[in-house]
Design a protein around this ligand. Sequence first.
Ligand code: NAD
Length: 477
Amino acid sequence: MMTKIKGKRMLIGGRWIEKEETINVYDPQDNTIFSTVPKATKEDMLHAIEAAEEGAKIAAQMPVHERLSILNKAADYVLEHSELYAETIASEGSKTITEARAEVSRCVDTLRISAEEARRINGETIPFDQMPGHENRVGYYYKFPIGIIAAITPFNDPLNLVAHKIGPAVASGNAIIVKPATLTPISAILLAEAFDAAGLPEKVLSVITGSGSEIGDILISHPSIRMVSFTGGLETGEQIAKKAGLKKLSMELGSNSPVIVLDDANIEDTVSSCVSGAFWAVGQNCLGVQRIFVTESNFDEFVQKFITKTNTYKVGDKKDEATNMGPLISEKEAIRVEEWVNEALDEGATLLTGGKRDGAFYSPTVLTNVSTDAKIAKEEIFGPVVLLFQVKDLDEAIEKANDVNYGLQAGIFTKDIKLAFEAIKRLEVGGLMINDSSDYRIDGMPFGGVKGSGLGREGVKYTIQEMTEPKVIQFKL
Ligand code: NAD
C-alpha cells in the first residue's frame, strides 16, 4: 500500500530509513513546508553503495522476463496512484496540476518502454573472416550490465527524469543509486515506492536524500560506481566530471534553445508552438524556447501575435486547472531571472510584455533588441523569458543560433525542404524539430546535446546502450 506520508523516509538498499535530521521540502508557491526528507550522511551513502555492490549481482542475475514484469508492475502502480503523484509534483515543484499530470503519464510510458526495451538488449555477430587467416572463426558480442549506476537528477521534471534512469537501469540488469534534487525529492521517493511494491529485489535500488554537494562527492568518486548519469546544470556537470575519475559519464545538461522562423512559416502555428515551448514549466525546461530568430518580412506580425498569445497566460495557483503558469522553483530563482532581465534592459533591450515579479512568480516575459552578446542571450535563463531577434535570412539565423556554448535542441518553421535540410546540416544541436519548437520530445528518441549541453544520449533504448557493455565471444573452430 502506498504510504500516506509524503516523504519523511528514503530507501537504502531495500530498507526504508528515517532520520532525526531532516531537510524541509517547500511548496514554492507560498513557501509552506510540504514535507520533509531524511538528511543522509556520508555513512548512509556508503551503506547505499555497499548494498548496491550486492544489488548489482542480484540485478544481473534477474531474468529478462522478471525485469519486464517488475517494470510493468511499477508502471501500473504509478498509474493507479497517478493523482497522488501529480499532486506531489505540483506541490514540491513549479508545475501546474495540468503539467504535473502530463509528467505522470510520461513516467508511466517511460517505465513501459523500459520493459519493452528489456527484450531487445541484443548483441550481433561479427564477421571474423574479414581478416585473412581468420576464416575458421565465428563469434558475436553480448551486452552485459555495467554494474552500479549513480544517478543525479534535477528539480524540473522530478518524476519522469528519475524514471529515465531507474527504468533503463532495471531493464538492463544494473543496480542504481539515485540522488534526487534536494528541492523536489518526494516524487523520486514515491517512484521508489512503486518499485518496492512491484517486487524489485532489495539492494538493486536506493533513493537517498540529502545535499548534493555533501553526499554527492562520495557517490561520484567511489570506485565501485561504474557510471554517473547526471541531469542538471552545466556547472554542476563539469564539477562532477572532474571528480568522477575513470567512469562512464552521461551528461544531460542545459541549453538556451533557438527557434528559426522563415518567411514562409505559418505564423499562427509557429506562435502557438513557441509560446507553449517558452513557458512550459515556467520556462524551467532544458528544451525551453529561449531565442527566436524571425526573418524580416514576418517579424512585426510575429511579434504582435506572440505578445497577444503570451498575454492570455494566466499565472497563479498551481492547483487551479485554469492556471497556465505557476511560480519558479524558489523566490531566489525568480529574483535571479528578474536581475538578468533588468541587466538586459539596462543594456538597451526593449520589454514587450511581462517583467513583473511577485515572490517566486515571474510573469511571462518577452524581450527584443537584445544584443546577442548579452548574458541573457548567451546563458541559459531557465525562466519564463523569451528573446525575439530579427534576422535577414537563414544564414544569419544559423550563425546566431550556433553562437553559444549550448546545443541541445532547436526548431525551424518553414515549408521549404531545401532550407530545412540546410538547417539540419548546419545547426549545432542534438535534435532539430522541423515545424515545431525546440520543446518536443518523446521518451523513445535519442535525446541529448552537443557542446555544453552534454555528453551521451538518453531515451530508454539509448540509455540502455550507455548502461551496458559489450562482451565479445569468439570461437576458433
Ligand atoms: P543543478 O545542476 O543545480 O542540480 C542537479 C542535481 O545535482 C541536483 O540533484 C543537485 O542536488 C545535484 N548537485 C548539486 N551540486 C552537486 C555536487 N557538487 N555534486 C553532486 N551533485 C550535486 O540543476 P537544477 O537546478 O536542479 O536543474 C536545472 C538544470 O538542469 C538546467 O540547467 C536544465 O537545463 C538542466 N536539465 C537538463 C535536462 C536534459 O535532459 N538535458 C533535463 C532537465 C534539466
